[in-house]
Design a protein around this ligand. Sequence first.
Ligand code: ATP
Length: 453
Amino acid sequence: MSTVSSRISGTADFEAGLGDIVSLCKRRGFVFPSSEIYGGLASCWDYGPLGVELKQNLRNLWWEFMVTTRDDVVGMDGSILMHPETWVASGHVDSFHDPMVDCRVCKKRFRLDQLENPDQKNCPECGGKESLTEPRNFNLMLATQLGPLDETGMKVYLRPETCQSIYLDFKQIQQVMRLRVPFGIAQVGKSFRNEIVTKAFIFRSREFEQMEMQFFIREAEGPKWFEYWKGERWRFYTEILGVSADKLRWRAHEQLAHYARAAEDIEYEFPFGWKELEGVHNRGDFDLSQHAGHSGKNLSYRDDLSGEVFVPHVIETSAGLDRSILTVLCDAYDKDIADGEERTVLRFHPRVAPVQVGVFPLMKKPPLVEVARRLELELRQRERMRAFYDETGQIGRRYRRQDEVGTPYCITIDFETLEKNDATVRDRDTMLQERVGLDRMAEYLRNKIYRET
Ligand code: ATP
């Protein structure tokens, strides 16, 4: 959960440097504004065919890294609407807000912590003298109503973070799965925040997805597990997603929330500056104790072997899926010169790329088309690779189209293929071409795609 002190400050121009990426995303079907035919809805975004593949890949890679490849973390999928007392206990009803100021002249609204100077009275947008109002608190939770009638309906919130259902279900899951501390529970899902500052593409939206994991431990082991999870999360971005390590850094929170023992963010150097990508926190026993107090239920843990009874402490790793997508997009985005022309290229790691292999017949003629189609289907269906078939335009144009969406390998079936049963594989980054036998094509690609970073 964000606290005012942990939030970024300074008037960042979020869109600076993002323009090309935003337009590529729209042009090539990654991400575009939601409800655009009605003029769009501020800070809500739709993922198109390539964007949804990218999102799926990142979500799956996170899940594999955090859950399926480990024996000490299990998953869950909680509901978005939860009992409203949850948010009283968690502190969100009282303190999940941003102080904001309004300009009386141009009517723009600003987050106080994003003004250059918190005592500022002149509007940074229109320059209005003494035009800013006193700060007012603005709760970031979105509310709705359950039940048929306005008067009798129950006010509930769309969850502003996914982790609370992990705390609420902690004891059930621990008992039914017979888990022993230390263990973790992970969840991926939608969260909603009525953000004030929304000009930041998918970096900050009002509806977004989080990937969170709470790791339940003994108090004394807090520092050890905190360091361990910092290491793992760093490894995820650099080794699994292939993000450049020199564009990532740790930033310790200057002021800790009253219950927190330690809190650090992984920041990425976006075109608009260093910004938070994920938080790793030692939250002590705050959350379980709060929910035990508010619900009247005993949320302590009893160790079967040692007989100890205690309320576990928690190390949390809290990442944004949409922010991870923006990170890999910014990290991959590049321009260079190919055949004397400028080309735009997304240098995604092959594991992350929405299309992993393009398959082209050199010409739209039998039997080249049939051979290419057969190979594409084999790669898609038998190898479960994300393959794409394209037979239109010159081969150079087809390469360029795939470069722009980050396809790491393209295979061209030509007349030599018919004689020698091999084909040209062209590498997106080196642009080198290599002949590879069709009977070992799948293995060749597998080795490249699943290689270590
Ligand atoms: P920020 O200071 O950028 O608002 P936060 O400190 O409020 O972030 P947390 O509450 O710690 O963020 O949430 C964990 C993660 O969820 C963040 O690191 C980020 O990746 C993601 N996240 C939070 N708010 C948003 C949002 N409005 N849009 C997209 N992702 C978000």
